[in-house]
Write a new protein. Structure first.
Length: 252
């Protein structure tokens, strides 16, 4: 039995394990999917590829979009672009390569992704800009000064632990594992403490960093550091990968 299995079993012995917490363990435990030394990306026999594997178009389009935002904000210098879930840093690389003129000089790109394989790949992809400080890798728990600019992400939100809920006609129920079986339990049994963890649970770290019930979400902390600026996220559409969506949220 490996460490992740032992943690899972110990946690299940305490009582029902909400689906989002099970997902968080599978993803972020030291032996979890996003903590492996080898990256899961690529075309041949790998788990996934993203738009960035297909070419620089997304970075170029983003550069044009962000330059407009920079103009609207009065050309702030620096104009900081923070990317949570940045993976290999390829979007930042393509963005920095495409940005030109005054915008290119003002642009600072912050890569944020605690996946060790992603960080190693990003150091390579961003090498031309790391020395000058035009690009930097910032840890997930590293606090940021308020900045003007944008928070962007690609294929992050569909990678986060999610808590399925359903309405049974009388009350909300959440999906959990109990005794190794999936069950739907009344929502009032799921009471989150700020910072993660469930009321009544003993001796566990806060692996789920965000409350996972209805209204919980990701990406608020980075946006919270954003003084006038934009948040732009892009994720896949419905199953089959068609119809990606994006949202720009003006905060000026
Ligand atoms: C599907 S990959 C996308 C990577 C990259 N944005 C791209 O388009 O190639 C999702 C990335 O999000 C990161 N990630 C997963 N959960 C995260 C979280 N809670 N906070 C920040 N990053 C996370 C993973 O380490 C992984 O690199």
């Amino acid at each position: 039995m490996n460490g992740l299995q032992a943690t899972l079993q110990a946690r299940l012995a305490e009582g029902p394990l909400p689906a989002a917490e099970a997902m968080a363990l599978a993803l972020y435990h030291p032996e979890g999917y996003y903590r492996r030394a080898e990256g899961p990306w690529g075309f041949q026999g790998a788990d996934y590829y993203t738009a960035l594997d297909l070419g620089p178009l997304l970075g170029e389009a983003l550069a044009a979009r962000l330059e407009q935002a920079w103009e609207r904000l009065g050309r702030p210098d620096p104009f900081v672009v923070l990317e949570p879930g940045a993976g290999r840093g390829w979007l930042g690389r393509d963005l920095l390569q495409a940005a030109a003129g005054g915008f290119g000089r003002a642009l600072r790109y912050l890569h944020r992704d605690d996946n060790p394989a992603a960080a190693a790949a990003a150091r390579e992809a961003l090498a031309p800009w790391l020395g000058s400080g035009q690009a930097a890798l910032v840890g997930q728990d590293q606090s940021l000064e308020p900045f003007q600019g944008a928070v962007v992400s690609n294929e992050l939100f569909d990678a986060l632990p999610a808590q399925p809920w359903r309405w049974d006609g009388e009350r909300w129920r959440y999906e959990a594992l109990e005794g190794g079986q999936p069950v739907w339990l009344p929502g009032h049994r799921l009471v989150h403490r700020p910072g993660g963890g469930r009321a009544g649970a003993r001796g566990r770290g806060a692996l789920v960093r965000r409350p996972a019930g209805p209204g919980g979400g990701a990406g608020r902390e980075p946006a919270g550091r954003l003084v006038p600026g934009h948040r732009l996220r892009r994720d896949r559409g419905p199953a089959g990968g068609q119809g990606g969506r994006s949202a720009a949220l003006p905060r000026a």
